[in-house]
Design a binder for this molecule. Structure first.
Ligand code: ARG
Length: 459
């Protein structure tokens, strides 16, 4: 007797190679719990609609409870011969409860079943990711708060641009991860719709109640077209796009952490538990975690492209191609969850070296713009002010000194408008404090931004 659920139509068994090629059980069995959850909701509806008896439903509940226990304790035997998670569980159910198990699949197909499972699985994953993003944002806000007044050079083109506060710099990432959270919340709305009832592609002849199943499973609504319900995976693609952006933000931050920890820069140190040494060079302490996160961004971006490519050539409705959605999706979820968890922890292990930051900010004429702005406030048009300061900087570069090292008389050779009060303007503290408006780098504004960011954590 052949074992496949569909084998009665076939005159020879599939080869072992084909079995292995087509089976998904060893990666889709992570959906076992949600598969059982979906089956129970379906069975409850079938019995409420008198399509199966209440006794059948009770038997199915009893069998599924046992199966859940077997899976959790590692006793459940997953069989390649049974292809996927759905057929493995259904077969075991029938072993345990007989005909009731065979009635479970009434009015249902694996096509709408698997689409439902993925959505339930993703909903949990998204909730988890939103929580982890909240944890990372909270940890970064704490780091920003401790450094609301810590000054370092801000860069454009990797060249010293203007002094900024480290708190302000870190809050830039809090903004990014805040938008990532919004994207996940938005994606969840389109994930949270019920495909069950679409059956294979056209719906079913049984008097099902899809809205009842949607309510039981906590879906916001049903999918309104059966062909669409079983065949599209746009919600998974959208999730991978949002995930790719999370990793892109993580990767940019990683790049900065690596640069900041380089002894040539020395702005921060990362706690030993996030670093590793070298097997040959005794002095080494390498920022492996940010480097790996930067590397893992490549695979998450790759999964997005994999899913887009998987979908683009498929005619309606379901095609087996869709079984290939799972590994990229699951790996994306695993990578994002591990990365966010480790980054929230690592944020508490970053120690800041304010002296090194300050010394770097004092090099590179970071306050040149402040001098130009000063002249504008004294009545000079901005373009003329820019030119006057450029001449002053040129002289400083030649002499190897800073703008504030020049005497008042020297400075006045570039513009007669310069007065005694210029030296305050040229300080790092004066420079950051002057950028005192919403979104600016002044310590005042950083503190206001921290209050705003903490409020946003609630949403
Ligand atoms: N394992 C399959 C998947 O992941 C389940 C649906 C299979 N349906 C089918 N008619 N072969 O997509």
């Amino acid at each position: 007797k052949k074992s496949e659920a569909w084998s009665a139509r076939f005159s020879e068994p599939v080869s072992d190679l084909v079995k292995r090629y087509t089976a998904s059980v060893f990666f889709d069995n992570r959906m076992a719990s949600v598969d059982i959850q979906g089956s129970l909701a379906h069975a409850e509806m079938l019995s409420a609609q008198n399509i199966i008896t209440t006794q059948d439903y009770a038997d199915i509940q009893r069998g599924m409870a046992q199966i859940q226990g077997e899976i959790e304790s590692g006793k459940f035997e997953w069989l390649l011969d049974l292809e996927d998670v759905h057929l493995n569980i259904e077969k075991r159910l029938t072993e345990l409860v007989g005909d009731a198990g065979k009635r479970l699949h009434t009015g249902r197909s694996r096509n709408d079943q698997v689409a439902t499972d993925i959505r339930l699985y993703m909903r949990n994953a998204i909730d988890n990711i939103i929580e982890l993003l909240r944890g990372l944002r909270a940890a970064l806000i704490d780091l920003a708060e401790k450094n609301a007044e810590t000054i370092l050079p801000g860069f454009t083109h990797m060249q010293v641009a203007q002094p900024i506060t480290f708190g302000h710099h870190i809050l830039a990432y809090v903004e990014m991860f805040g938008r990532d959270t919004e994207r996940m919340q938005d994606c969840r709305k389109r994930v949270n719709r019920l495909p069950l009832g679409a059956a294979a592609l056209a719906g079913t002849t049984f008097p099902i109640d899809r809205e009842r199943v949607a309510r039981t499973l906590g879906f916001d609504e049903v999918c309104y077209n059966s062909l669409d319900a079983v065949s599209d995976r746009d919600f998974a693609i959208e999730f991978c796009a949002a995930a790719a952006l999370i990793m892109t933000h993580i990767s940019r931050m990683s790049e900065e952490l690596v640069i900041w920890m380089s002894p040539r820069v020395g702005f921060i140190d990362i706690a030993d538990r996030f670093c590793t040494g070298s097997s040959i060079m005794p002095q080494k302490k390498n920022p492996d975690v940010p480097e790996l996160a930067r590397g893992k961004t490549g695979r998450v971006n790759g999964h997005l492209i994999a899913l887009l490519t998987l979908m683009k050539g498929q005619p309606l409705a379901y095609n087996k191609d869709n079984q290939e959605d799972k590994e990229p999706l699951f790996d994306t979820v695993d990578t994002i969850i591990d990365t966010l968890r480790i980054f929230a922890d690592m944020a508490t292990g970053i120690s800041v070296k304010p002296d090194a930051m300050r010394a770097a900010a004092l090099q590179g004429y970071a306050t040149a713009t402040d001098l130009a702005d000063y002249l504008v406030k004294k009545g000079l048009p901005f373009r003329d002010a820019h030119e006057a300061v450029a001449h002053a900087v040129k002289t400083c570069v030649e002499k190897g000194c800073d703008l504030s090292d020049m005497s008042l008389a020297e400075l006045q050779t570039y513009s007669a408008l310069i007065g005694e009060d210029i030296f305050e303007v040229l300080t790092l503290e004066g420079s950051v404090a002057a950028r005192d408006h919403i979104g600016g780098t002044a310590p005042n504004q950083v503190r206001a931004a921290i209050i705003r960011a903490r409020k946003n954590l609630a949403f």
